[in-house]
Write a protein that binds this ligand. Structure first.
Ligand code: ADP
Ligand code: MG
Length: 222
């Protein structure tokens, strides 16, 4: 389980973004972080992934393991570094994980031999997103954090992301997904947290969240 305890965070040039955020994220289940734009979702995800440090508060993982988390940044398909899909996969720091990347690509419906020598920037938008997520999620960590992984995707590709998340859950991982996408939440039930002005305003089962229009509008769903 991943636990955030009393997190306070502000950027150097601004007011407080997180003020006393505490929550628990269970393993083997997806936790969706929802909330209006500017409520601190991306900031929270970067703190959970230890890419930034809070001014106070702590993030605990039990049992602890290093490295703890894989972070899939928003618009991860814009971050390819090479000119072939094969080379992108080979950038995985642990070569033993290349097989896991192939497995994820397959579960996303991408046929690797067909695209292996393509420049990743020439793939379709959906293929590029699925490739980026598959590669990132092939890293073996106990925690995965994805910032708006289905933004801009059509339904077919959104469901492929959902399948990949399900694979991570079946491996007993902590999976945290920032999203505004009710169809993603519907496709893969879990817990929902609503972030409002840097605090946890509501949390509960995703079915209750989706069935309650006042909660949906508080979370500014699509
Ligand atoms: N790098 C940054 N420097 C300064 N302020 C930032 C930075 N990133 C985000 N903010 C501010 O922090 C607040 C929360 O932003 P963010 O975490 O991106 O929210 P969300 O992902 O929910 O839209 C906003 O007021 C935003 O303007
Ligand atoms: Mg954001």
């Amino acid at each position: 389980m991943l636990r955030a305890h009393d997190l306070f965070f502000r950027y150097d040039d601004g007011g407080s973004v997180l003020s006393g955020f505490s929550a628990e994220f269970a393993a083997g289940e997806v936790t969706y972080i929802c909330g209006p734009s500017g409520s601190g979702k991306t900031t929270l995800s970067l703190l959970l992934a230890e890419m930034m440090e809070p001014q106070s508060g702590e993030i605990l993982l039990t049992p602890d393991e290093a490295p703890r988390a894989t972070m899939v940044l928003q618009f991860a398909e814009e971050l390819f570094l090479t000119d072939s899909v094969r080379l992108e996969i080979e950038l995985l720091t642990d070569t033993k994980r290349i097989g896991a990347a192939h497995h994820h690509l397959k579960s996303c419906g991408l046929c690797l031999p067909e695209i292996a020598e393509r420049d990743p920037f020439t793939l379709s938008f959906g293929q590029a997103r699925l490739l980026a997520i598959s590669i990132q999620c092939a890293q073996d960590t106990p925690v995965y954090i994805l910032d708006e992984p289905t933004i801009g995707l059509d339904e077919v590709n959104m469901l492929r992301v959902s399948v990949l998340l399900k694979v991570l859950i079946s491996l007993g991982k902590v999976v945290v997904v920032v999203t505004h996408d009710p169809e993603l939440i519907e496709s893969l039930p879990g817990r929902v947290m609503i972030l409002e002005q840097g605090t946890l305003a509501w949390h509960g089962p995703s079915a209750e969240f989706l069935a309650t229009s006042s909660l949906r509008s508080r979370a500014a769903l699509e």
